[in-house]
Design a protein around this ligand. Structure first.
Ligand code: PEP
Length: 253
């Protein structure tokens, strides 16, 4: 079902005690201000924090996400963490295909597709990231690129599997740069994604798909971005590390 979602992506930040403190601050602000969020809240934490933070959040409606998983099910893959391991320590979601994984860890659409399948098999909801670099934006091939990322990684899924996916459109030129896509740029890409999904899976599945925007989303621009008809929330990097900013973004929904 189509949901409004605000998801944090902590990336490789915070020690465990800092992470727990951040979660405690977020919960305190939500309680003190008696906020009744209009959206699902997810925190994408480092692997090392998933168990403790899931336990900490047990009595709340905040969900925990991993930021990656292995493309292998199990076995001799030193240093890797499987989807089933992630599920077993309490995460419900898994961010996959983030541009930093594509850029620094050579993740291709094919590898990301394998990760998506394993996440789904282990009852983790994938938050699939796509988005173009500045060069692609400037040479006007961004629709083609984003469509190919989605087609290559996701379009072999069944209707039932695809219905469980969340897509995050994250223009690479806006991630961590302070540059944000304008509300119009976000809306036109989200509309394009929904149309593409509709052409493959039908209008019902496309209508029910949550499409998040990511890229320097902050309290000052969240409301305008989220007010677009095809923007169902945000994937938040830097601003999710500040409890006040993250809660302000939640309140913008
Ligand atoms: C991200 O990395 O997913 C992201 C959106 O980062 P930021 O908000 O810092 O641009």
């Amino acid at each position: 079902m189509r949901k409004k979602i605000v998801a944090g992506n902590w990336k490789m930040n915070t020690s465990l005690s800092e992470g727990v403190r951040l979660i405690d601050e977020i919960k305190t602000i939500i309680n003190q201000q008696s906020i009744k969020p209009n959206c699902e809240i997810i925190v994408g934490v480092p692997f090392t924090h998933i168990y403790a933070i899931s336990q900490n959040l047990k009595e709340t409606s905040i969900f925990v996400s991993a930021q990656n998983c292995s493309e292998h099910e199990k076995g001799a893959y030193t240093g890797e963490v499987s989807a089933s391991m992630i599920k077993s320590v309490g995460a419900s979601f898994c961010i996959l295909g983030h541009s930093e994984r594509r850029q620094y860890h050579a993740e291709t659409d094919e590898i990301i597709g394998k990760k998506i399948e394993l996440a789904l098999k282990n009852n983790l909801t994938p938050i699939f990231c796509c988005g173009e670099t500045l060069e692609i934006r400037e040479n006007n091939t961004y629709f083609k690129l984003v469509n190919s990322q989605i087609e290559n990684a996701l379009f072999n899924l069944s209707d039932e599997e695809f219905s469980k996916i969340i897509i995050a459109y994250e223009p690479v030129w806006a991630i961590g740069t302070g540059l944000t896509a304008s509300p119009q740029q976000a809306q036109e890409m989200h509309y394009n994604i929904r149309e593409l999904v509709g052409s493959k899976y039908g209008n019902n599945i496309a209508h029910n798909l949550s499409i998040l925007y990511g890229g320097s989303c902050k309290p000052s621009n969240a409301k305008e971005l989220f007010s677009n008809p095809d923007v169902d929330g945000g994937l938040i990097g830097g601003a999710s590390l500040k409890a006040n900013d993250f809660v302000e973004i939640i309140k913008s929904m």
